[in-house]
Design a protein around this ligand. Structure first.
Ligand code: NAD
Ligand code: UD1
Length: 339
């Protein structure tokens, strides 16, 4: 199938392009490069030995999307494009609502008008209401988001849910990601955040490579085994494989379908630090810092529905995630700007 991948040069999108190409799909990427490098396209080609079509365009540009759909016989779209920094979304809500909601609406309108009604959307564990008990299931309550970024995911889900409800030809798959980390084992593609990383694993990797001095552990007085926050980390290659499984499922299932993509296992911040140190034989200096606003003590998924319905399960363990994160960071100390 020919798959349109919006945000395909980003962290998760690039790994998904590799999986798609390796499974025989054709890939057309659209990305405005607001948070990624054009070098990614050649790296995807190098890993897979296959070609990929790339358009440097904004997904909100209806004319550009029309041209792409006229030129290519797109069978389905995977919609990764979006802004994703929680703190930035609190400071710049209008930019987040504009980018993340208008890209979703423009893409869906264009798809409808070109009679391509299969979409897979990058949603997030952040849509779950904090009142739910872990493990989080797809049927649990959503909403009560704590920041504009979270609301854009919640609202995008609703927009696509309503679209599928109104027209039974649509197949809408909402994938709720937990905490993707790691990198392709080749070390050619990986996570390359701009500025100081917000998320744990890129921060640890940048401490390891000497770009940052030490890790701040945000709180050690949570109600968890060692007092630090517990999350469901998942290897980005497993996450990418989840999208290929979702395409297979979508081919004969219409309507709205929601799946968690996680491992179902929770690790604490200190588990992450100690595993990274042991696997890569590098010391990660850290200090205990105050809690970060908006953080929960513990979140992890129930991966049961994805296993039973999609036939998808994460294969990589925490050691693999730590090894591949470091393999990427050590080979690309400044990310894609290294060369
Ligand atoms: P990323 O920033 O690396 O990738 C997003 C890509 O979208 C970037 O390449 C960016 O340039 C592009 N983009 C943004 N707005 C665009 C627009 N209007 N038009 C065209 N391109 C645009 O982020 P990622 O980590 O790969 O995340 C991909 C998706 O998954 C995002 O929607 C994100 O919100 C979601 N998600 C990520 C995580 C995570 O922990 N990384 C967790 C849950 C959900
Ligand atoms: C965060 C976002 C979430 C988003 C996800 C992926 C918040 C409140 N949540 O999730 O909405 O979907 O990223 O982008 O921002 N930690 C440290 N030191 C650090 C960084 C993190 O101790 O320098 C801790 C955190 O307190 C947390 C754990 O590490 O306990 C994981 O943090 P992070 O990687 O930011 O992911 P989430 O908080 O789960």
């Amino acid at each position: 199938m020919k798959v349109l991948v919006t945000g395909g040069t980003g962290f998760i999108g690039s790994h998904t392009c590799v999986e798609l190409l390796e499974k025989g799909h054709d890939v057309v990427i659209i990305d405005n490069l607001v948070n990624s490098s054009p070098k990614v396209v050649d790296r995807i080609r190098a890993i897979t030995g296959r070609d990929v079509t790339f358009y440097k365009e904004d997904v909100r540009n209806r004319k550009a999307l029309d041209e792409i759909f006229e030129k290519h016989d797109i069978g389905c779209a995977i919609h990764f494009a979006g802004l994703k920094a929680v703190g930035e979304s609190v400071r710049m809500p209008l930019e987040y609502y504009d980018n993340n909601l208008n890209s979703t609406i423009t893409l869906c309108e264009t798809m409808r008008d070109h009679n391509c009604k299969n979409i897979i959307f990058s949603s997030s564990a952040t849509v779950y209401d904090s009142a739910n008990k872990v493990p989080l299931k797809e049927t649990d309550l959503t909403g009560n988001c704590t920041n504009p970024y979270g609301w854009t995911k919640y609202m995008s889900e609703q927009i696509m849910r309503d679209t599928a409800f109104a027209d039974e030809e649509w197949s809408v798959t909402l994938l709720r990601y937990f905490n993707p980390i790691g990198a392709h084992p080749s070390g050619l593609i990986g996570e390359d955040p701009r500025g100081i990383p917000n998320n744990l694993m890129p921060y640890i990797s940048q401490v390891a490579v000497g770009r940052l001095d030490h890790l701040n552990v945000f709180g050690n007085d949570y109600d968890t085994p060692d007092g630090t926050g517990v999350r469901d980390y998942i290897h980005v290659v497993d996450l990418a494989a989840g999208h290929v499984a979702a395409i297979d499922y979508m081919e004969d299932h219409k309507g709205e379908n929601v799946f968690n993509l996680g491992t179902g296992i929770g690790y604490s911040v200190l588990d992450m630090v100690h595993s990274f140190e042991r696997v890569n034989n590098i010391k990660i200096p850290y200090e205990i810092a105050p809690r970060r606003a908006g953080d929960l003590a513990t979140t992890y998924s129930s991966p049961q529905k994805s296993a039973e319905v999609l036939g998808w399960k994460a294969k990589y363990n925490l050691d693999d995630m730590c090894r591949d994160s470091w393999n990427w960071q050590s080979k690309n100390p400044m990310g894609y700007d290294t060369e």
